[in-house]
Design a binder for this molecule. Structure first.
Ligand code: FMN
Length: 218
């Protein structure tokens, strides 16, 4: 007896236009309202993120919700110290510009979500990873991007904080030794909506001319 499969969806022009809008309006958010986010919504978004592609179908993403106030405080201190070191690497105008940027929303974000790669996972049977082991990490980034877009579709903001000492963060969060920290994400309802990156608005960097991303032909 054959089991009927659902008909594949048809994505029409209006869906494609809305999807393009979603991609263009996804932002890295650092300014959050303090209203809570329902745990069911986060669970739903993580389930969707788990449909991301992964090398050998290894599904190496592991998620950690940082709920302890003490652990959050340790991560905030970690950021402050890493950010001071980063600032020390700039001079002159660039340094002044860097010092004025808001690069995280750790204090306001109602949800702190850590995304790790399980380097000990046997799933996927090493397919693709023998030649390019880094694809394990890329697979986790694919899940993060899926989460980011799905969150934006719900009106939820996501901010990626990489200005952290990762080894110290793993200790502060007591992560399993074979989990590699890929992202520390702040999640919550954004205070503002923008169609351009915060770093563009504050003069740090401009969007590349499309000519630069034209593919080389070989
Ligand atoms: C891997 C990664 C790490 C990032 N780390 C930080 C960070 O530590 N602090 C920050 O303010 N933004 C961080 N961002 C966000 C970028 O600054 C942001 O994506 C970029 O400025 C473009 O803005 P948009 O995401 O709003 O389009 C990170 C983004 C990525 C992809």
């Amino acid at each position: 007896m054959s089991i009927a499969k659902p008909a594949p969806p048809s994505f029409d022009a209006s869906f494609r236009a809305r999807f393009a809008e979603l991609v263009r309006w996804r932002r890295d958010v650092r300014r959050f309202r303090s209203d809570p986010v329902k745990p069911e919504l986060i669970a739903q978004l993580l389930a969707l993120a788990s449909h991301a592609p992964s090398v050998g179908f290894c599904q190496p993403w592991r998620f950690v919700l940082v709920e302890s106030a003490a652990r959050r405080a340790a991560i905030i201190e970690n950021f402050k110290s890493a950010n001071q070191s980063a600032l020390a690497g700039y001079d002159g105008e660039r340094r002044a510009l860097y010092a004025g940027l808001k690069l995280e929303g750790l204090t306001q974000a109602p949800v702190h979500l850590v995304v790790c790669a399980d380097e000990g996972a046997a799933t996927g049977h090493r397919l693709g990873r023998v030649t390019m082991p880094e694809t394990l990490h890329y697979s986790v980034v694919a899940a993060i991007q899926t989460f980011w877009l799905a969150a934006r579709a719900e009106g939820l903001g996501v901010g990626w904080v990489s200005i952290l000492d990762p080894a110290a963060a793993c200790r502060q969060l007591e992560l399993p030794s074979d989990w590699k920290l890929i992202a520390y994400l702040c999640v919550g309802w954004p205070e503002e909506e923008h169609d351009d990156p915060e770093l563009a608005r504050h003069g740090w960097e401009t969007r590349l001319d499309p000519a630069v991303i034209e593919p080389l032909k070989r």
